[in-house]
Design a protein around this ligand. Sequence first.
Ligand code: UDP
Length: 314
Amino acid sequence: MKRILVTGGAGFIGSHLCERLLNEGNEVICLDNLFSSSKNKIIPFLSNPNFEFVRHDVTFPYFAEVDEIFNLACPASPIHYQHDAIQTIKTSVMGAINMLGLAKRVNAKILQASTSEVYGDPDVHPQTEEYWGHVNPIGIRSCYDEGKRCAESLFVNYHEQNDVKIKIIRIFNTYGPRMELNDGRVVSNFIIQALKGEDITIYGDGLQSRSFQYVDDLVEGMIRMMNTGNDFVGPVNIGNPVEFTMLELAELILELTGSKSKIVNLPLPEDDPSQRQPNIDLARKKLNNWQPTVQLKEGLQNTIKYFDQALKNQ
Ligand code: UDP
């Protein structure tokens, strides 16, 4: 049994990761300040003696004897991370410093949940890990993008200078049950709008693309990455390479929900990437042939079921 710290453990991805780690018999400390998440997601784990919830902000130091750290803490939805841009930068940068300091002190292995946003609005397509990205350093996404880029630099330098055992994954768009109702991201917005019979809000012409990964595939990739040998630190892309336009996504959600909602076009936010698709050759090679197994249609069906229930419980 390992003792594992998950920062951002009450978030959408964090809660799925905590659940999987508990199911594998580990002891889990879930650290979260509940800024963009809610306790609801972890309530089912609270009765498990191997689970502990600590309300804490990673911009302040935290100490615990642990074997592994998954560093996920940071609001990840554009509306949430832009709400308090300075706090977002602090969470990524000071959070990384505090968690790397802890990893160094207790000799823990630490995995950074980085993001496809480090590639910005990419002019290389699909994105490989070698691509340095195309980020506007003063745009509205920069608090998240540059914070996560700085965190990658901190991880690599703690590894080089202090021998800390690090892993970096770059997570592409992920969806699934337990996304927040007010997350503001495209999958949750479209599903909720379709279920409520409200207009489906496409920003811009809807021809921008994203590649959507189901959360279970991501969690599998994270665990495989944590378990790789010390010679492989990443960064490695974890995402589903099947690319869809937002218009295609809207049409698929309308079909699956049987909704009569109409599609409307709203202005495209500043610096909104026009395309995004991971090249996952490295993940396949290094993570024991890891690749996504859940098709968008199947994943959306599970997610629609979840939101349908969540709306009824409101
Ligand atoms: N988007 C949209 N309607 C919405 C929410 C988002 O058309 O109600 C678009 C958004 O402009 C972007 C894409 O969907 O082009 C993905 O947005 P999301 O916020 O989910 O993630 P990110 O931009 O960080 O990939």
